[in-house]
Design a protein around this ligand. Sequence first.
Ligand SMILES: Cc1cc2nc3c(=O)[nH]c(=O)nc-3n(C[C@H](O)[C@H](O)[C@H](O)COP(=O)(O)O)c2cc1C
Length: 373
Amino acid sequence: MKAFEPAAMGLLTLANRFVRSATYEGLANAQGLCSPGLTKLLVQLATGKVGLIIAGQTAVSQEGRADARGLCLWKENHLPALMDMAGRVQAAGGKIMLQLGHAGIVAEPSLTGKAAFGPMAGRRTDGHICRSMTRNDIRKTTVSFAHAAALAREAGFDGVQLHAAHGYLLSSFLSPHYNRRRDEYGGTVENRARFLLEVLLSVREAAGNDFPVLVKINVNDFLPQGVSVSDIVKTAALLEKGGITAIELSGGTLRSGSLNPSRTGLISRENEGYYKEEAKYFKDKINVPLILSGGLRSLDVVEKLLQDGLCDFAAMSRPLICEPDLIARWKQGDTSASMCKSDNQCFRPVRAGKGLYCLTRVQEGKKSMHRPA
Ligand SMILES: Cc1cc2nc3c(=O)[nH]c(=O)nc-3n(C[C@H](O)[C@H](O)[C@H](O)COP(=O)(O)O)c2cc1C
């Protein structure tokens, strides 16, 4: 089966084509340091034979923080626990990357001590007023991404992923829904992609050309004047030219209602891989490996997507919260679909500060391998 064959992602060789899509675990401590519970959870995924594990969004600066229990990476003292995490995952046979992000307009002022900022000034639904980023803010944030990537390399990670999806900072610049700037960072596709491209180039310079750098982008924001497929394929072509290693396709934002990135409701086999239609446009024009995420639940569906050439890697989030050993189970011959019900109950313990686990499995009296001690 193609899904279980080793595959190259840039200079990296992965044991198979399964990726753990970045998932906020809510298991860092208040200072954003990796905890033993978070390391344990990621080691479980490596033992469960996931080819590439992408840890949840890691803030590259204090002002980019969205979540009290999210990982942070801008100081030397963030390094020791992350070095331990990377080393333990690799010792368990896994490959691990950090997802580098900045929350932008959804940054949490009680954590950052500052007004949130983004492409434009505006009032959030919670009443908080965000300010518009100056060129200096953009420059400083670009440096933060580059510095975090260099630290990630030093900590022993196999690469980083730039979070440019779901309406967070880099995503909001790509999207005309959020970005109506009149300077060189707004307007045309090239202008809206400029910030992300500058981040990519700075990350490459700081972390080295041989260090894998992935990006997660929205194929559609599902918002008025949100990104369109044709725009984002052009952005992907610019990223390819800028040396991106692989592109993960996602979609939606927290404002996109039922079309948010983690859609609820049992997913029919036909609807698995919500962005597979859009993936075709990328496959026609883009030559870097494509990772498809969003509602993948069955091995044969994944295998067909790979065989049909719609993607090169299959990423999952919620199925691996429900069953961290899903890939090992499939490999061993039990190929029944993921038990994930896509009910998003997994968000509840994370938001309550208890860390990520499958609440549904616990409520059903089943063991949740993920549940923190
Ligand atoms: C609890 C939870 C936390 C998430 N955190 C992140 C994150 O930090 N970064 C990210 O890019 N996506 C995040 N996502 C979205 C997933 O990576 C994925 O794109 C989405 O859930 C669709 O995939 P799935 O159907 O396999 O769950 C999160 C999803 C869940 C359920």
